[in-house]
Design a protein around this ligand. Structure first.
Ligand code: DX5
Ligand code: ZN
Length: 235
C-alpha cells in the first residue's frame, strides 16, 4: 500500500488541528514532520513541543524528518513526544560529510549510522535514513537491511515549494532494486516537489511513501487535495 505523508511545514499553524483532520479524512496515513535546526539547513522550523501537540491531535503515523546536526541527542525526546518514525540525514554523520567538506570516511559513517539506527529502534521507533540530492545513493546500501525507510530528497532540503529534481527518479529506482534483494519491506520515501502531475513517475520508480507539502497544505481545500493524491496512490 502506498502512503501519503503530507508535510505540515506548509500548514497554516493557526488551523493545524483542522488541517490534520482534513488529511486524515482525505485518506492520508502519515503526517510528515520537518524539523530544521538553522544549521544543517538555513531555517528553523519546529521541534518537540509542536510534536507533542500533533501527537495529541491525531492517530496518523507521525514521520519525523530530522534536518539537524547531532540527531542522536534528540532520539529520546522524539520518542517521548510521540514520533513513530525518526529519519536522520547521512550527511550529518561525522564520517559522512560529503556535502560539508567533512571527513568522508564511509566505514566510519557506517559504524555511526548503525549505532544511531539501533538507538532509534531501542527507543521504540522505526528508523529512516535520508540523503540529499547530491549524495551518491550507494551510501545507503549497507544500511538497507537494518532500516525501515530510506528518504530520497528530491530537492535541496530547507524549504517547501521547490521544483522536483528529475534525476531523483533513477535514484529511487536504484534504491528500490537494491531493497528487493536485501530488504523487500523497506519503505522508499520521496520528499520535495511532488505534485499530482508528477507523483506517478516516482511511484512507478518504486517509491511507496510520498511527501507532499505545498501541493497538499499550501492554500485551502486540503481535503480535496489530499483526496486527489490518494486517488492516484491507490492506482
Ligand atoms: C524540504 C522538506 C520537505 C518539504 C516538501 O526541506 O523536507 O518535506 O516540506 O515540500 P514540497 O512538497 O512543497 O516540496
Ligand atoms: Zn521532509
Amino acid at each position: 500500500m502506498n502512503y501519503l505523508a503530507p508535510s505540515i511545514l506548509s500548514a497554516d499553524f493557526s488551523r493545524l488541528g483542522e488541517q490534520i483532520r482534513a488529511l486524515k479524512d482525505g485518506g492520508a496515513q502519515v503526517v510528515h514532520f520537518d524539523v530544521m535546526d538553522g544549521h544543517f539547513v538555513p531555517e528553523i522550523s519546529f521541534g518537540e513541543p509542536i510534536l507533542r501537540s500533533v501527537r495529541k491531535m491525531t492517530d496518523l503515523i507521525v514521520d519525523a524528518h530530522l534536518m539537524v546536526y547531532n540527531p542522536a541527542d534528540h532520539v529520546e525526546a522524539f520518542a517521548k513526544g510521540g514520533a513513530d518514525i525518526l529519519t536522520f540525514h547521512y550527511e550529518v554523520l561525522p564520517g559522512g560529510g560529503f556535502a560539508y567538506g567533512g571527513i568522508n570516511d564511509p566505514d566510519m559513517a557506517v559504524e555511526e549510522g548503525m549505532a544511531l539506527i539501533k538507538k532509534i529502534h531501542d527507543a521504540g521507533m522505526k528508523a529512516g535514513l535520508s540523503i540529499k540530492p547530491k549524495t551518491p545513493w550507494e551510501v545507503v546500501k549497507p544500511f538497507i537491511p537494518y532500516l525501515d525507510l530510506v528518504l530520497v530528497m528530491s530537492v535541496e532540503p530547507g524549504f517547501g515549494g521547490q521544483k522536483y529534481m528529475p534525476e531523483s527518479t533513477d535514484r529511487i529506482r536504484a534504491i528500490r532494486e537494491e531493497a528487493k534483494r536485501t530488504n523487500p519491506a523497506l519503505r522508499v520515501e520521496v520528499d520535495g516537489g511532488i505534485k499530482t502531475n508528477n507523483v506517478k513517475v516516482v511511484l512507478d520508480a518504486g517509491a511507496d511513501m510520498i511527501v507532499a507539502g505545498s501541493a497538499v497544505l499550501g492554500g485551502d481545500d486540503v481535503l480535496e487535495k489530499t483526496r486527489a493524491f490518494m486517488e492516484i496512490l491507490r492506482g
